[in-house]
Design a protein around this ligand. Structure first.
Ligand code: ADP
Ligand code: MG
Length: 224
C-alpha cells in the first residue's frame, strides 16, 4: 500500500540503467528501496558525471549519494584500463572515514574486485603506503595523512577521476584548509568533484570556485 504512493522516480530501481546490477543488489541487501530526498536529487546528476554540491542536514543519506556514483565511476574508469587509484573520498575525521569505508564495503560486496583502502591519521603509514602502492580503486582519507601519502612515490593518484569532499564544512572547521588546497592542486584537473556538507559557508563557496567546474549542480534539500 505505502509503496504505491511513492513517486516511481524515487525508487533506486528507476536508475537501473545508470547503476550497475551488482550495486543495485547491494542497495537492496541493505534494505533500501526508496531514495532519500538528497539521493533522488544528487544521483541522476552525479551518475551523469556532473560536479555536484549538496547541502542537506545530518542523517539525510548523503553517504550513499556519493558512494554510489563513486563506485560507478570506478567501473567506468576501469573500462579505459586506467592504472592506480580512481577515486578519493576525503573525510574530516578518522571515525567518519572508517564509517564510510564500512558502508562502501557493503556497497561493493557483489562486485568482483573493487578495492578500497583507508588513509587516515593515527595508524601505520607504512602499511597504508603498501596498500596504496597496489593501486586501490577507492581511497578514503583524512586530509593530513592523504597529503603525506601524495608526497610519496608509492601512491599513484595521476588517474584520479573522482573526488568527494564529505562534510566539507567540518574539513574547514578542523583546520585542514591548507592541506585541502595542496591536495586539490595536485589532482588531475579532468575529474568529477562532489562536495557534501550539512551547512553552507563562505569558505565552502571559495573552495567550490577553486576546485570545481564552472557548471556545478547545486542541490540543497533543506530549503523549501
Ligand atoms: P548523512 O551523511 O546525510 O548524515 P548517512 O548517509 O549517514 O546520512 O545516512 C543516515 C542513515 O540513513 C544511515 O543509517 C543510512 O543507513 C540510512 N539510509 C541511507 N539511505 C537510505 C535510504 N535510501 N532509505 C532508508 N535509509 C537510508
Ligand atoms: Mg555524512
Amino acid at each position: 500500500m505505502e509503496e504505491e504512493k511513492v513517486n516511481p522516480r524515487k525508487k533506486f530501481k528507476f536508475l537501473k540503467d545508470e547503476i550497475s546490477s551488482a550495486t543495485l543488489e547491494a542497495i537492496k541487501g541493505m534494505g533500501f528501496k526508496i531514495m532519500t530526498d538528497i539521493q533522488a536529487e544528487v544521483l541522476p546528476a552525479a551518475l551523469d558525471g556532473l560536479d555536484v554540491v549538496a547541502t542537506a542536514k545530518t542523517g539525510s543519506g548523503k553517504t550513499l549519494a556519493f558512494l554510489i556514483p563513486a563506485v560507478e565511476t570506478v567501473l567506468k574508469c576501469r573500462e579505459k584500463q586506467v592504472q592506480g587509484t580512481s577515486c578519493i573520498i576525503i573525510s574530516p575525521t578518522r571515525e567518519l572515514a572508517i564509517q564510510t569505508h564500512g558502508v562502501l564495503q557493503e556497497l561493493v560486496a557483489h562486485h568482483e574486485n573493487i578495492t578500497s583502502s583507508l588513509a587516515i591519521g593515527g595508524e601505520s603509514r607504512k602499511r597504508q603506503s603498501a596498500e596504496l602502492s597496489t593501486g586501490v580503486d577507492i581511497v578514503i582519507a583524512t586530509p593530513g595523512r592523504l597529503f603525506d601519502h601524495m608526497r610519496t612515490k608509492e601512491f599513484d593518484y595521476r588517474n584520479v577521476c573522482c573526488l568527494v569532499l564529505d562534510e566539507a564544512d567540518k574539513i574547514f572547521q578542523y583546520g585542514f584548509e591548507e592541506d585541502l588546497k595542496q591536495i586539490v592542486n595536485r589532482l588531475p584537473k579532468e575529474r568529477q568533484t562532489m562536495l557534501f556538507s550539512a551547512t553552507q559557508s563562505e569558505r565552502t563557496e571559495a573552495l567550490i570556485k577553486s576546485a570545481m567546474k564552472e557548471k556545478v549542480h547545486n542541490i540543497n534539500t533543506d530549503e523549501d
